[in-house]
Design a protein around this ligand. Structure first.
Ligand code: GLY
Length: 557
């Protein structure tokens, strides 16, 4: 009884700021570290490091492995962005976003019936050429050795854990999942539910990966594998042709560079909106002393929300594929941010409708995946890639065994049509043949005195950018250790709907009351999955933090 009373007293003494979010799991190492959502894929990355591969080799192998072991977002049928920080050089970005098939025109979905579980929703996949470009320019080991572990996982099967079993059961039970090949490939033989401990074998995917391993990336875009995708498209009214596949090109692009409190923050450039929006928000926030206010002070969250609203307004106004749309350079300048900061009322929320009433936004899915890698020599890789929705368009290409993305829904699908429900019809991100759809993926590498200190990113559709903002601020402004920075409750506002989402509604009730008094609407939702690495600039020690909101493993040499 006395012990119970003591325990209760102790519990009551816990600070109100205790988070309800699961604590990140860490690993600390002097050598290489890999952190990702899928434990068997993290193990593949670690093996590559141990075999003498560098961080890019490990990232390529992890990405291929996740196409097998994390089918909801790991992929060869989608696209993404890989940030690489070579020692002593400025970081670079390998952009492998999907493109619109040539047959797609701006009015493809103009009837408002965007059927996202549809072959037409698939963009031309970029992942395989993207990983090949990263490997060719920055990798060390032979290509084949990086792809074969994934082929073997698929051919021999791997152990499904409880998280993956739950995800598979959910997607298979959903009445909207109609593609027979998807059900055949991912359904448990006998039609029972998947359980942790079961084995999943993916023969066709294994063969496809083996072809890519043996013949190189071009084998995915030409020949037998391209024939299979074109056949699939023709049979089901899809648009991707062999010519689209052959023409696909991944790009190396100059990242967006922002400075913040003596740190250098590098993020992906358009066609991702992530780098521009992060730079804009950090530049706005640099005008205020957040540290003095405190991480959980209402003033800090108020300013973060106001910065988010302004950056997301510009995102909708200006951002799209830079090869098709001129993007104003001022968006990432300190002067521009100063002007925006001056429009923030410290006592009151600015209604989103006042920022740009003419362009409300639509909804985005939150299924993407991020992983971080560093090797013993300090080469850092931050990779986010996606199929768009969870399991993409839930179509498996007959005979090739891989899941297709539904990235075409990331375009503004109804030109000129805006609605209070959230449609957006602005020009910069409308469909055009060969164009890349705007992304929110924000793999980031933060440098201090020229050396990487933070590698981070997240899934989460448009929430991605704000998840990354929270982690970057937690580390750079508030000096949190990486596990705390990853676990701490996250905040999101995307301009429209005019409401902030906060993970800490229960753990920070006073903060929420004060934000509401300032005029903010606050809702609650889980946000992101930010597998991150901190590299201590003094000791060089690397701490990988696996975000446990979903699943994840941090492994080190
Ligand atoms: N499909 C999610 C994104 O690119 O933002």
């Amino acid at each position: 009884m006395i012990r119970a009373a003591l325990l209760l007293a102790l519990l009551l003494l816990q600070p109100l700021t205790a988070t309800a979010q699961p604590k990140a799991e860490t690993v600390t190492s002097k050598g290489g570290v890999v952190v990702c959502v899928s434990p068997p894929a993290a193990d593949v990355g670690l093996k590559v490091l141990k075999a003498g591969g560098n961080a890019v080799d490990a990232a390529v192998a992890t990405a291929f492995a996740m196409a097998v072991t994390w089918p909801e977002a790991g992929n060869i049928g989608g696209g993404g962005f890989m940030m690489i920080a070579p020692a002593g050089k400025d970081p670079t970005c390998i952009e492998y976003r999907e493109t619109s098939p040539v047959a797609a025109k701006p009015d493809l979905f103009a009837d408002g019936k965007v059927t996202w579980l549809n072959h037409k929703a698939a963009g031309v996949p970029g992942t395989v050429r993207g990983l090949a470009l990263a490997h060719k320019k920055y990798g060390k080991l032979e290509w084949k050795t990086l792809v074969l572990p994934a082929a073997e996982l698929a051919e021999n099967g791997f152990t499904v854990n409880a998280v993956l079993a739950g995800g598979l059961n959910k997607v298979l039970a959903d009445a909207k999942t109609t593609n027979a090949e998807f059900k055949r490939v991912y359904g448990k033989p006998g039609g029972e539910k998947w359980r942790g401990g079961d084995k999943l074998v993916l023969k066709d995917l294994g063969h496809t990966l083996r072809v890519i391993a043996e013949k190189g990336a071009d084998a995915f875009y030409t020949g037998e594998l391209a024939d299979l995708l074109e056949k699939e498209m023709k049979a089901e009214g899809g648009l991707i042709t062999k010519a689209d596949l052959e023409a696909y090109k991944a790009n190396e692009r100059k990242p967006i560079h922002a400075t913040f409190r003596g740190f250098d923050v590098y993020g992906p450039p358009p066609p991702s909106s992530g780098g521009v929006a992060i730079a804009e928000m950090l530049n706005i926030l640099e005008n205020f002393d957040l540290k003095k206010q405190g991480r959980w002070a209402p003033e800090t969250s108020h300013l973060m929300i106001e910065a988010m609203k302004r950056a997301y307004t510009d995102r909708a106004r200006h951002l799209g594929d830079p090869d098709f749309t001129k993007i104003p350079a001022e968006l990432t300048t300190k002067d521009y941010a100063k002007k925006l900061a001056a429009t923030i009322d410290l006592q009151k929320a600015t209604p989103s409708a006042e920022l740009a009433p003419e362009i409300p936004l639509d909804k985005q899915s939150d299924s993407t995946t991020h992983f971080s890698v560093v090797d013993k020599d300090g080469l850092a890789v931050s990779n986010t890639y996606t199929l768009e929705n969870s399991y993409g368009n839930r179509v498996v290409v007959h005979g090739a065994g891989y899941i297709l993305n539904n990235e075409m829904t990331d375009f503004n699908t109804r030109p000129g049509f805006t609605s209070t429900k959230g449609d957006i019809g602005t020009k910069p991100n409308q469909i055009a043949p060969g164009k890349r759809m705007l992304s929110s993926m924000t793999p980031v590498i933060v440098l201090k005195d020229g050396k990487p200190v933070l590698i981070t990113g997240s899934p989460g559709g448009r929430t991605i950018i704000n998840t990354v903002l929270c982690i970057v601020l937690n580390v750079t402004e508030f000096g949190m250790p990486i596990d705390e920075a990853v676990s701490a409750p996250r905040l999101h506002h995307q301009w429209f709907p005019d409401a902030a989402r906060f993970e800490g509604v229960k753990s920070h009730p006073e903060l929420v009351t004060k934000l509401k008094a300032l005029g903010h609407t606050i809702t609650e939702a889980r946000q992101g999955d930010g597998h991150s690495i901190w590299i201590d600039p003094k000791t060089g020690l690397r701490t990988g933090a696996a975000d446990k909101r979903l699943d994840g493993k941090a492994v080190g040499e």
